[in-house]
Design a protein around this ligand. Structure first.
Ligand code: FES
Ligand code: FES
Length: 207
């Protein structure tokens, strides 16, 4: 039986999808969607059959994208699976390890617990967006200088939180740094180096 005979469309829209998404999808189908100038429109999404589809425009590391996503998709999955921005890591997928930390409008969030839909119209910065060309961000350099990593899996999230810590003016002493960074777990136990790197980066920024 062909897709047409079975009532399923070849673009992946099935009866179940239409029933599951109801009026919201119908409205989305007729909605006029204006992409910002220069935005890249990505191909049709992973549409999960029972999910609603939402259309987003968002900026990732200075690049603007327009795309459709399942309304239940996490920002982490959107970044890694759709946009192939793989700096943010999936450690626990439960908001407990901090490996997926990115900045949303300059504030650190765990992207595994942030809905992609919440990023509509907002700017996301990941570890890939910190360096200025070949020049590492001072926090990246400080992590290297202070051996603040072993396997490196937690490091993108550690650095994004560390940058936020300094920006918030909370890297004033080791206890404050430890408190701010307590949501970022390092299974290799590189904490001594991590705190030293943040202290050094904060001092060089102030100095
Ligand atoms: S993967 Fe997001 S907090 Fe662990
Ligand atoms: S460096 Fe391996 S988990 Fe942190």
């Amino acid at each position: 039986m062909t897709g047409e005979q079975s009532g399923d469309r070849e673009d992946g829209v099935t009866r179940r999808l239409v029933i599951g998404t109801g009026a919201g999808l119908a409205a989305a189908g007729t909605m006029t969607w204006h992409l910002p100038a220069g935005a890249q429109e990505l191909e049709r999404p992973f549409v999960v059959e029972t999910g609603n589809v939402v259309r987003l425009t968002l900026e990732v590391n200075g690049e603007v994208f327009g795309l459709e996503v399942d309304s239940r998709a996490s920002l982490l999955d959107l970044l890694r699976e759709r946009l192939h921005v793989t700096g943010p890591k999936k450690g626990c997928d439960h908001g407990q390890c901090g490996a997926c930390t990115v900045h949303l409008d300059g504030r650190p969030v765990v992207s595994c617990l942030t809905l992609a839909a919440k990023a509509d119209g907002r700017a996301i910065t990941t570890i890939e967006g910190l360096a200025d060309g070949d020049d590492l961000h001072p926090m990246q350099q400080a992590f290297i200088d202070h051996d603040a990593l072993q396997c490196g899996y937690c490091t993108p999230g550690q650095i994004m939180s560390a940058v936020a810590c300094v920006r918030a003016g909370l890297a004033t002493d080791r206890a404050s740094i430890r408190e701010f960074m307590s949501g970022n777990i390092c299974r290799c136990g590189a904490y001594v180096g991590i705190v030293a790197a943040i202290e050094a980066a904060a001092t060089s920024e102030q100095g």
